[in-house]
Design a protein around this ligand. Sequence first.
Ligand code: PLP
Length: 445
Amino acid sequence: MTLVSDELHLKSEELNNYWMPFTANRQFKGAPRLIAKAKGMYYWDDQGRQILDGIAGLWCCNVGHNHPRVVEAIQKQAGVLDYAPPFQMGNPLQFELANRLADITPGSLNKVFYTNSGSESVDTALKIAIAYHRARGEGSRVRLIGRERGYHGVGFGGIAVGGMVANRKMFGTLMAGTDHLPQTWNLKEQAYSHGQPAWGAHLADELERLVALHDASTIAAVIVEPVAGSAGVLIPPVGYLQRLREICDKHGILLIFDEVITGFGRLGTAFGSQALGVTPDLMTVAKGITSGTVPMGAVFAKDEIYDTFMSGPPHMIELFHGYTYSGHPLACAAGIAVQQVYQEEGLFQRAAELAPYFELAVHSLKGAPHVIDCRNLGLMGAVELQGRAGSPTAKAFEVFLKCYERGVLIRTTGDILAFTPSLIVQKAEIDRIFGTVREVLETVA
Ligand code: PLP
């Protein structure tokens, strides 16, 4: 079978007009890496070369690529209903998917608001939090607290509460009204922790300091990723999230978990909050909701939050917010099929069962050249390298390129290598990912 057709080959002059996101455009266009096809755990590039996907696309293709059931659902839906307006109208699939999602969310997080991405989910959740307090007569609660090294997408709300400096520094004047908790990773105290580090729960007490500084009456919500993904897989210390929950409850502050990465099985349960034993008031998801096949995100809200909005004349719109593509029929069809696959193939349970093997594989890189930390939780893992003096990120990027040359796709952030395979990954594939990284680390200066 030929995997690529002639149209998939691009000449260098054909690469000029696409401004690529979060990409070194000039480096890429000088030596393009073009993905042309996918199946299961593998990609094929435009030359027909097979590449093992160690990061589930971009932490999203949790059921593996081109799952036949999901492909069929999307194809079928495209011929039945292409689009229907989501405002003052609905389509049956939106309700079916919402019911399926409510069945697996923790606590009373039963109300589902659809978006098209993680960034939109974050902006939506932040707006719901502020509007909720106002609906309850506490309109002064408008401040939003994020965390250093948090990633909440690239909308203005998301970068305001986010804590990655490169994403924020250009846009400062538009981001008033936020503050940040300290990040929780500490090399001296936590290096080579298996699972949740024992040290660091006290860092949650910094929220008390921010409450003392701003006063609880001005704070709407705290948003954190249960495990910070994009900043390099920073695992919450034992007891840290519980402490945040307690302080939020004490001061009437909403707790938002951004589960765009940790949602849909990554930690061996439907959502990270279940694996970590803390239930937030609002939860943002995307990626795994459709296993990356059709853009979709969602916010889950507690029943009590939704009910607070359901006052006033019934013909009035309760929340002035939504997107043209909220609950798009193709995304809903994909989402329903993906939820069926998770359930029927027992993929969340599979992730939980594989996690100990994955943990050993991540930590097998302890002692490899350049490695200063290995960390893991569920099927999330990271290996941190000693960066090159005066040239941060260069070493990890070289490792990324060399792994790719050897047919393994990993992800880097700063000088950290991140690993998040699909939940269908086989043990031999885990071995190959980490074996390749070790081999490459030995070639890097
Ligand atoms: N929130 C978290 C925790 C993420 O990891 C991401 C993306 O990686 C986002 C939000 C943004 O999602 P999107 O790129 O779909 O806007």
